[in-house]
Design a protein around this ligand. Structure first.
Ligand code: ZN
Length: 495
């Protein structure tokens, strides 16, 4: 078959898979925002069927056959073929029964996790997590080259091509740099100036305004409320973010909207011609996370944006913020306050949480740690690294739902996101000399435009490492992140 005709046929077949993916995403969004609790089993069955159908489509021999000819249509076609081959290879290695069983087990585990959180006891969740881990180990054995239950094989799902050993070495080096920075900064500043009374209706006005200001296209997305903030793509013009509010702390909604809108801008920024094609997905989850982190940390926690934000926020919430000074809120939003919860952790402490998670999940997958031993191992790791002990399992092992959803190998994407974000923002700032003034005026078109060209436009035509290197002139590393962090700690009197 002619290369172009094969490519068109390949993309048409892929489109059905994409429709199944986005339908699952829509059901997942509903599960997290609207679904009655009693519907969990039925939802598990629905998602299992969709996953099975997707699996079947990927294993259709005609899809693999089209890859043979489609690659001849040029370099972009080669990238499309590479994405399809990767998905087929993965599907071939994983038995359909395992994929479907995982969907059912994860749906039940997520429900048990919510119940365990409400009752503050790990034991409700433990048998479910044990089953999740067994199935993840089975998955890792199918995916790894040597048939071992390897964590690296799970990482590859989220970060294609990233070498697990090199990544762990980077994380160890980062941990060594961060521990003394956190120790020195802890207790020197407080977030108290941004706490007080923040009525929900007015927070919603603020959140809506911030999302639009950053560039979120409301005609192609929506904002809802959930337990654990997320962004989900339910279709080409349907990117949904969900955040949470805290009536006594406005930072919760502000940081979560900047974060999730960052993800959404990436999804909304994939070029129309690539959407729904094999290479139309963002390149890696670490790169995805870099987009959320950049808007959350470099922009929302930055002084220029607060020049614009503070007068508005003070007018909206006079009870809490009347008379607040710019330097006070800048310190408050950047206060290093080591605590047991990862989400909402300050920038300095955040990656230490990630290092701990990776250490624990690697031990679970290798079999060195049993699920029943997890709460104790968790407490020990937190005490050793952050010098604190969670007061119960809700503040400890039950604090987020990643493991109940089978997301093992996912945590490194957060730290990679932090590293990529600092590097990308540094390059954007060098390329856009008026950027600070624009942010101080609440204008973000130039920054978003730069990200569109240097990151979003590439979707997964190139790898995350290639995209970051080309955009910044430097291979991904820890330099820019540590420089950013040291500057910010110095500016806020915590360095
Ligand atoms: Zn994120």
């Amino acid at each position: 078959m002619d290369g172009n005709a094969a490519l068109a046929a390949l993309c048409a077949r892929w489109r059905d898979i994409w429709l199944l993916t986005t339908t699952s995403a829509l059901l997942g969004w509903d599960e997290e925002t609207m679904m009655p609790a009693a519907a969990a089993d039925h939802r598990g069955e629905q998602l299992a069927l969709l996953a099975g159908l997707q699996h079947e489509r990927l294993l259709d021999d005609r899809l693999a056959a089209l890859c043979e000819d489609a690659g001849e249509a040029g370099p972009e076609a080669l990238a499309q073929v590479r994405a399809v081959r990767r998905a087929i290879d993965r599907a071939r290695r994983l038995p359909r029964a395992l994929v479907e069983e995982q969907k059912r087990v994860h749906a039940a585990a997520q429900r048990a996790w919510v119940e365990a959180r409400e009752r503050h006891t790990f034991s409700v969740f433990a048998p479910h997590l044990t089953r999740v881990v067994e199935l993840k180990r089975a998955e890792a054995r199918c995916l790894s080259v040597d048939g071992a239950a390897s964590w690296a094989a799970l990482l590859d799902e989220y970060e294609p091509g990233v070498d697990a050993r090199a990544l762990c070495a980077t994380l160890d080096a980062l941990r060594t740099e961060l521990a003394p920075l956190v120790q020195r900064a802890a207790g020197r500043a407080s977030s108290a100036r941004l706490r007080g009374t923040f009525p929900r209706e007015r927070q919603q006005v603020l959140i809506d305004g911030v999302a639009r200001m950053l560039g979120f296209d409301m005609r192609r997305g929506r904002i809802d409320v959930t337990t654990h903030p997320f962004c989900s793509t339910a279709g080409t013009h349907d990117v949904r973010v969900a955040i949470r509010y805290h009536d006594q702390d406005v930072r919760e909604a502000l940081t979560s909207i900047a974060h999730e809108v960052g993800h959404a801008l990436y999804e909304q920024g994939v070029p129309a011609a690539l959407q729904g094609t094999p290479a139309g997905e963002p390149s890696s989850l670490g790169l995805h996370e870099s987009q959320s982190r950049l808007w959350e940390n470099q922009v929302l926690r930055g002084l220029p944006f607060w020049r614009h934000l503070l007068p508005w926020v003070a007018r909206l919430f006079p009870e809490a913020l009347e008379g607040a000074r710019l330097d006070e809120v800048f310190v408050a939003i950047n206060a290093v306050e080591p605590g047991p919860i990862r989400v909402g952790a300050d920038e300095a402490t955040y990656n230490l949480h990630i290092c701990l998670r990776i250490e624990l999940e690697q031990a679970l997958i290798s079999g060195a740690l049993a699920v029943r031993e997890l709460p104790d191992a968790w407490h020990e790791a937190y005490h050793r690294t952050l010098g604190l002990v969670p007061k119960d399992d809700r503040e400890g092992v039950l604090q987020d739902g990643h493991w109940s959803a089978g997301m093992f190998g996912y945590f490194p994407t957060y730290t990679l996101g932090n590293l990529y974000a600092a590097q990308l923002f540094e390059a954007a700032r060098a390329a856009l000399p008026g950027l600070d003034d624009e942010m101080a005026a609440g204008r973000f078109e130039a920054l978003l435009g730069w990200l569109r060209v240097h990151v979003h436009a590439h979707a997964s035509l190139r790898s995350a490492t290639e995209i970051v290197t080309a955009a910044t002139g430097e291979a991904p590393g820890t330099r820019a992140f540590l420089a950013h962090l040291r500057t910010r700690l110095a500016e806020t009197g915590q360095g």
